[in-house]
Ligand binder design. Structure first.
Ligand code: NAD
Length: 541
């Protein structure tokens, strides 16, 4: 039992390593990449302390080299899901009552391991399995993942210290209990950090978790489980199942002890969760918490006072880093006609320099999109734009899936602000640009605000403070993360809490205390030191 009121070390953001030519970190990471690339590993499910090798083997291939195998994973069954639930509920008996500082220590230790011993493994597995270049891997699978661990642990301690006032003769206290039952984490393919954070943030708050990673991210998910285990996370607290997504979700959401879901992925899938939870509402022992961060159709709005070269850089980085497969990626731009020729010229130049290929060759800014389905979907948008009357592909558009799923950064120009690629989430390296008359600035906000179902990220570029103020106000509800003279991607834990509303999610701000609060169920305790001895109030005389 603790006999101190402990303070978690004040968190700092993990410094981003440069991987410059000749640097030690570059040599070390590329060596790990080569070693992993030559191996064929087997990935089991992690249920309690057991490693479940089902024998139903699914090949894992890098998106940039889809004929090459780096391993197989053992796909699980419906019985494995039930076993994971039983294991989690059993683990809850000890985990939920463990003093919080021990939970904190485990996740702080995980941060140190990720910063040191596991850094290359996390980055190399993300480069191989998700086709990220060195820098995109570093900011995700190393830095953001470490930041989630350090900051969330600190935020947890801040939540615990948040206590109510007490009147004379009374001591009021709040305790932040974990949710009853078990929780469910369902994670997307595109960020290794998110995939760790969703189960880890719930476990940090004392919950037990069934984690179903995306089957396109299993390679780095395995490294996360090894890391957490080495940090001392007891078996059964986070159980990683690799099972059919729809079937698993159906089983979990119909279980009476289900108490919360932490989801990141597409809007369509999240909506199906919510419907299912509604259908099962009479079966649960407690109302489940529903947290989902979902899709985006993120905008960049330029005012005529914007600096064209800075705008062009933001568009290239914001739209094409990690092949546009970020929920926050710039995918629709509204540019005044007077600026366009200058912006276009600069973008053309940058995009002519950019090469596309394997992340092992660090000269490539752009790598492969995640799989064949994504490739076909994105190519479909490009093919249709090539034939459209109200849109045309003006830069890029080349696709080649002979070795990897490669798509060159593509810019579509349209006169129709409701053209399909202006309003639908493509999740690929495609930016659509709509040009507006400079004097129509005042009317552009409503168009941006109402064109899509989403409200995730957005940017305004301007040198005119009145224009910035006007855009900030008019677009108040058009995004959950708003950027001024910056690209709409790259939120940093502890600095820009991330999330959006409308079709983009429940806006519970991953990487902040707001998210952690969802994984607790507070109990208010009132202790009275001198209870009344007479039932009569003074007014009764
Ligand atoms: P996805 O919706 O296809 O998959 C997400 C998860 O849901 C995966 O684990 C998947 O296996 C599971 N899933 C898929 N179909 C399911 C079904 N029918 N029933 C139950 N589970 C199912 O998303 P993705 O392709 O992995 O990721 C891309 C999406 O995620 C984009 O829409 C992107 O905008 C979104 N995203 C949002 C954020 C954010 O913070 N808002 C962050 C990252 C990604």
């Amino acid at each position: 039992m603790s006999t101190g009121i402990f303070q978690v070390p004040f968190p700092f953001n993990e410094p981003v390593k440069s991987y410059a030519l000749g640097s030690k970190e570059r040599e070390s990471l590329l060596k790990t990449y080569e070693e992993l690339y030559k191996k064929v590993i087997e990935i089991p499910q992690y249920i309690g302390n057991e490693r479940v090798f089902s024998g139903d083997k699914i090949n894992i291939t890098p998106p940039h080299d889809h004929k090459h195998s780096v391993g197989i994973y053992h796909k699980g069954t419906a019985e494995d899901v039930q076993k994971a639930i039983r294991t989690a509920l059993e683990a809850r008996k000890t985990w939920a009552s463990l003093s919080w500082e021990h939970r904190a220590s485990i996740f702080l230790k995980a941060a140190e391991l990720a910063s040191g011993k596991y850094r290359d493994l996390l980055n190399a597995s993300t480069m191989i399995g998700q086709s990220k270049n060195v820098f995109q891997a570093e900011i995700d699978s190393a830095c953001e993942l470490i930041d989630f661990l350090r900051f969330n642990t600190y935020f947890m301690s801040k939540i615990y210290t948040e206590q109510p006032n007490s009147s004379e003769g009374v001591w009021n206290r709040t305790e932040y209990r974990p949710l009853e039952g078990f929780t469910y984490a369902v994670t997307p393919f595109n960020f290794t950090a998110i995939s760790m954070n969703l189960p880890a943030s719930m476990a940090l708050m004392g919950n037990v978790v069934i984690w179903k990673p995306s089957n396109k991210q299993i390679y780095s998910a395995k490294i996360i489980m090894d890391l957490l285990e080495e940090a001392g996370l007891p078996g059964g607290v986070i159980n990683m199942v690799m099972t059919d997504p729809a079937e698993t979700t159906k089983q979990i959401l119909s279980h009476p002890d289900f108490s919360g879901v932490h989801f990141t992925g597409s809007t369509r899938v999240f909506n199906s969760f919510w419907t299912e939870i509604g259908n099962n509402i009479n079966h649960y022992k407690t109302y489940p918490r529903i947290v989902g961060e979902t899709g985006g159709k993120d905008f960049v709005l330029a005012h005529k006072s914007a600096e064209p070269s800075l705008l062009a850089v933001a568009l290239v980085r914001g739209a094409f880093e990690y092949q546009g497969q970020k929920c926050s990626a710039a995918s629709r731009a509204y540019i005044p006609k007077s600026l366009w020729s200058s912006v276009e010229e600069k973008m053309r130049f940058m995009l002519s320099e950019i090469t596309v290929g394997s992340p092992q060759d660090t000269s490539h800014f752009v790598n492969a999109v995640i799989d064949e389905n994504a490739y076909n979907k994105i190519k479909g948008y490009i093919d249709r734009a090539n034939k459209a009357e109200d849109a045309k592909v003006i830069i890029g558009g080349q696709c080649d899936d002979s070795i990897g799923y490669f798509i060159r950064p593509t810019v579509i120009l349209t006169e129709n602000p409701h053209y399909e690629s202006m309003i639908e989430e493509i999740f690929g390296p495609v930016l659509t640009v709509y040009l507006y008359e400079d004097e129509k600035w005042d009317t552009i906000f409503e168009l941006i605000d109402t064109s899509t179902e989403y409200s995730l990220t957005g940017s305004v570029f301007s040198q005119d403070r009145y224009a910035i103020a006007q855009a900030s106000e008019a677009l108040k509800n058009s995004s959950g993360n708003f950027y001024i003279n910056d690209k709409p991607t790259g939120a940093v834990v502890g600095q820009q809490p991330f999330g959006g509303a409308r079709g983009s999610g429940t806006n519970d701000k991953a990487g902040s205390y707001m998210n952690l609060l969802r994984w607790t169920s507070a109990r208010s305790i009132k202790e009275t030191f001198a209870p009344p001895a007479d039932y009569k109030y003074p007014f009764l005389t």
